[in-house]
Design a protein around this ligand. Sequence first.
Ligand SMILES: Cc1cc2nc3c(=O)[nH]c(=O)nc-3n(C[C@H](O)[C@H](O)[C@H](O)COP(=O)(O)O)c2cc1C
Length: 178
Amino acid sequence: MARVLILFAHPALHRSRINVALLEAVQGMEGVTFRDLYEEYPNLHIDFETEQELLLEHDVIVWQHPFYWYSAPAILKEWLDVVLEYGFAYGEGGTRLAGKKVMSALTTGGPADAYQRGGYNHYTVKELLAPFDQTARLCGMEYLDPFVIQGVRQLTDEQVRECAAAYRTRIEELRRLV
Ligand SMILES: Cc1cc2nc3c(=O)[nH]c(=O)nc-3n(C[C@H](O)[C@H](O)[C@H](O)COP(=O)(O)O)c2cc1C
């Protein structure tokens, strides 16, 4: 079974409705490591060696976060900048992550129909995720289809529960990937 590492980035978890439901749904799953980056690094001083070791111990990486300005909250960008080092993740000798899989799991305030030509966000979510996709490619990793929940403010409590269950199912599927 694949070992899954969920790297979670939400700067205001106490105000979260949907991400908190998602993370509760996957807490304690066998073979799944959950890591709250803002909790680990409130000052954004990421320990890149610890993070690199964690990557090596897992087969599938999940970047879970709310969509902020068509991207991720700042700590995930900082994580990319300091952890995916030349010679480790890419460049000469940088093959340590090759063959692993990566998936974005994100929530958007905007509804699905806003994310298309003619919609107020113009681009699809997949198009907007191109930097994450290409980052994974450069590191020799496979970027999987993202898990996306949209229009989160309009969701009923029942729909939030369904989304959380769907997330757990997706993580179970990731466990079966290798
Ligand atoms: C700083 C900031 C930027 C945001 N940018 C976007 C955005 O670009 N697109 C979008 O659809 N929603 C955006 N939102 C809405 C969040 O994605 C939404 O509130 C979040 O997914 C809800 O998750 P939560 O309940 O776990 O906090 C933004 C929210 C904040 C606070």
